[in-house]
Design a protein around this ligand. Structure first.
Ligand code: RIB
Ligand code: CA
Length: 315
């Protein structure tokens, strides 16, 4: 049986790559996209989500417009230097035909989770504001989701915005702390693994020449994003962030994980840091004591994951 999935997203080149992987995978029934600021502001995130479902022939998939700013932190600038001014590599797509549904993302998440108790997997691949708002609106969703798979954070490596913080978490650290301390099953697919999985230039060229229009589209939108990686990391390729969260949903055996309580630093120079307590039976009580265990990916079979991505996208 396929898994019902809601992707919460700020598309975003790698968000688009993740959404297309979900759409091409029979194990996943994509029941909605909810949008959030991050790579782009929320208005453009919604437009891009609508563009993606229309371009892939799935305009039936509902898109719900999400929060336009973080819970408490100031709204940061859009990451146009990473994803382009349009969020999709400056390719000038026409406006979408359709519109977002008539209720906000948090309400859409609550209604969908409560309509299918135990069946919905939430996959946030942007800042976590919509999930925190959904929890505040209806705390019982924590008991009724199948799983939450977060792309974000860094448990054992530096961040990609500051030495402490990864982009999705620093954009709304208060929301992220709510999500990681709620009593629902959470897996963190963070920079520990996503920066180990590289889509090289050769890999991308093979996608482009595969004969699959979807693979060629991915090649086209990812040129600007690839150049950002080259300029910033000296990498002739790209990190595989958001598609890795979908890959986890498809096949968790692609990853090795550890479990422990995880808190998010919300203020100061380390704001956005995801701090996992890996100590066993620590005596003195602290802010991690009694918090739910989070499943944190620390290792990945990059070769197998990239083969899965190529197989699905070119099929
Ligand atoms: O740090 C990587 C994350 O930040 C990805 O979700 C990417 O799309 C950006 O939002
Ligand atoms: Ca993203």
């Amino acid at each position: 049986m396929s898994k019902k999935v809601i992707i919460d997203t700020d598309p975003g080149v790698d968000d688009a790559m993740a959404i297309l992987l979900a759409l091409k995978s029979p194990e996943i029934e994509l029941v909605g996209l909810t949008t959030i600021y991050g790579n782009v502001y929320t208005d453009l995130a919604t437009q891009n989500a609508l563009r993606l479902v229309e371009l892939t022939g799935r305009p039936d998939i509902p898109v719900a417009h999400g929060a336009e700013s973080p819970l408490l932190a100031p709204l940061g600038p859009a990451a146009d230097f990473v994803h382009g001014w349009d969020g999709l590599g400056n390719i000038n797509l026409p406006p979408p035909q359709g519109r977002a549904v008539d209720r906000p993302a948090a309400q859409f998440i609550v209604e969908t989770v409560m309509a299918y108790p135990g069946e919905i997997t939430l996959v946030p691949i942007g800042p976590l504001t919509n999930l925190a708002l959904a929890l505040a609106l209806e705390p019982r969703i924590a008991d009724h989701v199948a799983e939450v798979v977060v792309m974000g954070g860094a448990a054992t490596v530096n961040g990609n915005v500051t030495p402490a913080a990864e982009a999705n978490i620093i954009n709304d650290p208060h929301a992220a702390d709510m999500v990681f301390t709620a009593a629902w099953p959470v897996t963190m697919v963070g920079l520990d693994v996503t920066m180990q999985i590289i889509m090289t230039d050769d890999y991308m060229l093979a996608l482009k020449t595969s004969g699959s229009p979807m693979a060629e589209f991915i090649y086209t939108i990812s040129r600007f994003y690839r150049d950002f990686h080259y300029d910033t990391h000296g990498l002739a390729g790209m990190h595989t962030h958001d598609p890795s969260a979908i890959a986890y949903v498809l096949d968790p055996t692609l990853f090795t994980t550890v479990r422990g309580p995880l808190r998010v630093v919300t203020e100061g120079i380390a704001a956005g840091q995801t701090l996992l307590d890996r100590r066993q039976n620590w005596r003195q009580p602290n802010a991690w004591t009694g918090q739910p265990m989070v499943n944190v990916c620390l290792g990945a079979d990059a070769e197998r994951l990239l083969a899965l991505y190529r197989e699905r996208i070119t099929a």
